[in-house]
Design a binder for this molecule. Structure first.
Ligand code: EPU
Length: 422
């Protein structure tokens, strides 16, 4: 297992290119199962989760190959196997988004029920409710979801749950509805840019999806879809992580391939804290004042502040001048980073789904353990400003969702090394 060794203190300066979004690329790859021909997807990041999805597509009879420039070709050769086994789904929860495409294209799907994970309980009742509304018969067998439908039929579907909309649930229902007979209306659909990106890809394949990016998505079913070309939207969570890295280190960094219009809540919050973020000719330019203001943040579905940046923002607020409150409204247990940040000298008190962060003068290096993707990113950020050396173990979590993060940080002047066990 690899570790990162980080010596804190360097100011980050220079330019970094943001990769295509993991959370767009994964459902789009699953969507390629719907096509009769080959698709070419550009901007696919080189990530452990992308490799895992490519392997899963391989199990399902589709060849998915990525070249060095991030262009992935996907074509289905054999529709004989529709089983996403537990071993795959266990390792990557986003495997669940093959359910909708398999059901729509092959009339049947067997997908292992995903369990919980480090960020808490992650039910899929809304996915199943949406697919049942389209006429699927769904039962559980040996820990697998077994879904069948001779022909899906369009329906009105409400996808809101206790924590708001569901991103992958919306993706699943949308991908099933594109080949259904008639019109489907999804109400309380997730509005995330990744849903809009998926809809653009589906439309390029010949689907008719309107309203993606709003809470009401209307889908007119078609008989067949062809392969298509598409470029994955920039990763707003990776971009937010680099904005915070620059702010933490009093650096000045230009981010290329960034959509600030997908990050309004993040940019607004960073400005309140005292970080300067401006759109420049070559991308977004971020720099920060020495004094960071404390603030209160609540995570929300898009366009609110994303849960996927809560941990990284917490690291920044650890060094603000006063008390901040971070409330997690999407995954109330997503606070695995707190105990590790405490080991680095942070002052954080957790009260239910809220963390009260009292700013400290400095963080100090320590051995810490990555527990999930975004928590790991928060620890790497802490290491960049901590006095002395920070060793982050279990960085396979970060490799799931950040493309070569240590290489990108090193190019900006950070002192970070990957140390391999072997
Ligand atoms: N929920 C239900 N029932 C469902 C589905 C979800 O109650 O059937 C609840 C969840 O428990 C949660 C909330 O609804 O409280 C939102 O969950 P959602 O379904 O939107 O999450 P997801 O689609 O499984 C995606 C991202 C996550 C990101 C969340 C929220 C991908 C591959 N994953 O997950 O990304 O945190 O949306 O924005 O797109 C990450 O990248 O680190 C990550 C965890």
């Amino acid at each position: 297992m690899d570790t990162f060794v980080i010596n804190g203190g360097a100011r980050l300066r220079g330019a970094v290119t943001i990769s295509g979004a993991k959370n767009s690329a994964l459902p789009i790859m699953a969507g390629a199962l719907l096509a009769d021909g080959a698709s070419t997807i550009a901007g696919v990041p080189d990530l452990a989760d992308v490799r895992a999805m490519a392997e899963l597509l391989g199990d399902l009879g589709a060849a998915a190959t990525r070249d060095g420039d991030g262009r992935m070709q996907i074509s289905v050769a054999d529709e004989g196997n529709s089983h996403a086994c537990y071993d795959r789904v266990r390792k990557m929860r986003a495997s669940i988004c093959v359910l909708g495409p398999l059901l729509a294209k092959r009339g049947k799907a067997r997908v292992a029920m995903p369990g919980g994970c480090a960020i808490g309980s992650r039910p899929i009742d809304l996915h199943l409710r949406g697919l049942r509304a389209l006429g699927a018969e769904i039962e559980l067998d040996g820990g697998d979801i077994v879904a069948t439908a001779k022909k899906l039929t369009g329906a009105e579907i409400f996808l809101g749950g206790p924590f708001g909309s569901t991103v992958l649930g919306t993706a699943n229902v949308m991908m099933a509805a594109v080949l259904a007979k008639g019109t489907t209306t999804i109400e309380a659909a997730a509005c995330e840019p990744e849903i809009q990106d998926l809809a653009e890809y589906l439309n390029a394949m010949g689907a008719i999806v309107r309203g993606a990016g709003t809470p009401r998505v209307i889908i007119e079913g078609v008989d067949a879809l062809r392969g298509a070309e598409h470029t994955v939207t920039p990763d707003r969570i990776e971009a937010g992580t680099f904005l915070i890295a620059a702010a933490l280190t009093n650096g000045e960094v230009t981010l290329a391939n960034v959509r600030l219009d997908h990050m309004l809540a993040v940019v607004d919050k960073l400005r309140q804290i005292g970080v300067t973020v401006e759109a420049g000719a070559d991308g977004a330019v971020v720099s920060s004042a020495r004094r960071l203001e404390p603030t209160d943040v609540t995570t929300q579905p898009y366009p609110g502040f994303p849960t996927d940046l809560q941990a990284q923002l917490m690291t920044l607020l650890c060094l603000a001048d006063g008390n901040s409150a971070l409330t997690e409204k999407i995954f109330p247990d997503r606070f695995m980073h707190v105990a590790e940040l405490l080991r680095m000298g942070a002052d954080i008190r957790k009260e239910g789904p809220t963390a009260i962060v009292t700013g400290v003068k400095r963080l100090v290096g320590a051995p810490v353990m990555a527990s999930d993707l975004r928590a790991s990113a928060a620890l790497v950020l802490a290491g960049l400003v901590a006095r002395g050396s920070t060793v982050v173990s279990r960085v396979y979590h970060i490799d799931r969702g950040y493309e070569h993060i240590e290489v990108k940080l090193r190019a900006l002047g950070a002192d970070i090394q990957r140390v391999s066990d072997e």
